[in-house]
Design a protein around this ligand. Structure first.
Ligand SMILES: C[S@@+](CC[C@H](N)C(=O)[O-])C[C@H]1O[C@@H](n2cnc3c(N)ncnc32)[C@H](O)[C@@H]1O
Length: 302
């Protein structure tokens, strides 16, 4: 990767507007000029503390399995001049699978074990989650995983070349249930633009969620996007649809919908993806009686 300039936040005063990376803006505050992200982020930064052993492991694998990241203005940012040389970083010429928001990395691990010929990139802002994945890949000698601790939209924009990924996975992304937080949801038209740029023609976007409102939102956004087509159009529509069932039962908010309004005539739900394991998030959803929604979209040819 090309090293990048590192700006300290207190450099902001000296920056011309055209030096502020895309996705960031200059704002005047009582403490002076600051550079902040333009939109809300889809995550809340959590505790970084790890056991001494995990911390040691994390440090030992910096620059190898844990990819180096040049930052711009925030801990989880990616400098715009970053670049990931996929062939040299993995040392094998296989398809690139990008797993976004991996949590503890169960889906990355399962995929990488099942497909040693593919190159897996785990993207997460939660360092202890990545460290847990690192522990597993080191212990089990899984050599096709790399990880990056950074904000996924910036990883897609700045680290990944166009048409470099065979698949992008976003499993159980935070649902941001309250209306006023919907803008923080990761799956938005702009995010799909980013995914469309990095996917090869015919590459796949795989989504899963347990929140029916978010599932319907994901489907709306993806169906409306000209660069994506549903791999399973119409599958499980009407009374077969998990969305119909979730609405009738009011699984998200204990607020059942009348049957006439609940019917999901569109369908388009994918079968459960082969290697996607039941993670702690999914297990919790199952215990709470929520349905699981899978969606798979194909990037149309350029
Ligand atoms: C609900 S968890 C799901 C974890 C995992 N995919 C699973 O299926 O169990 C969502 C994860 O996405 C991460 N996340 C949210 N927004 C992100 C972003 N913009 N960039 C990187 N990770 C993000 C969160 O830190 C969290 O660990």
């Amino acid at each position: 990767m090309t090293p990048a300039k590192h700006h300290r936040p207190d450099d902001a005063n000296h920056l011309a507007n055209d030096e502020v990376p895309s996705g960031y803006q200059k704002v005047e505050t009582p403490q002076g000029v600051k550079i902040v992200r333009e939109g809300p982020v889809s995550f809340v930064r959590r505790e970084l503390a790890m056991s001494p052993n995990r911390q040691k492991l994390w440090e030992e694998h910096q620059g190898t399995t844990v990819l180096p990241v040049a930052r711009s203005f925030a801990d989880t940012s990616v400098a715009p001049e970053s670049y990931l040389d996929v062939a040299s970083v993995w040392g094998q010429d296989g398809p690139l699978i990008v797993d976004v928001g991996v949590g503890h990395g169960e889906s990355t691990f399962a995929g990488a074990q099942a497909h040693p010929e593919a190159n897996f990139l785990a993207v997460e802002v939660y360092r202890p989650g990545l460290a847990k994945l690192l522990d597993r890949v080191v212990t089990e000698d899984v050599i096709n995983v790399r990880m990056v601790e950074a904000n996924a939209p910036e990883v897609l924009d700045h680290m990944l070349p166009a048409a470099s990924a065979q698949e992008v996975w976003v499993f159980f992304s935070d649902p941001w249930q309250k209306n006023r937080y919907h803008k923080r949801r990761l799956i938005q038209p702009k995010f799909l633009d980013r995914v469309a740029r990095v996917l090869v023609d015919g590459g796949l976007l795989r989504l899963a969620t347990d929140w029916s409102h978010y599932a319907a939102h994901m489907r709306d956004v993806a169906e409306a996007h000209v660069e994506f087509e549903n791999l399973y159009p119409g599958r499980l529509a009407g009374n077969e649809s998990p969305l119909t069932a979730a609405r009738v039962q009011g699984t998200d908010d204990d607020n059942p919908m009348p049957e006439a309004q609940a019917l999901d005539t569109l369908g388009g739900w994918a079968p459960r993806f082969d290697t996607r394991p039941v993670t702690s998030f999914e297990a919790k959803a199952q215990r709470a009686g929520r349905y699981i929604f899978d969606l798979t979209y194909r990037r149309v040819d350029r």
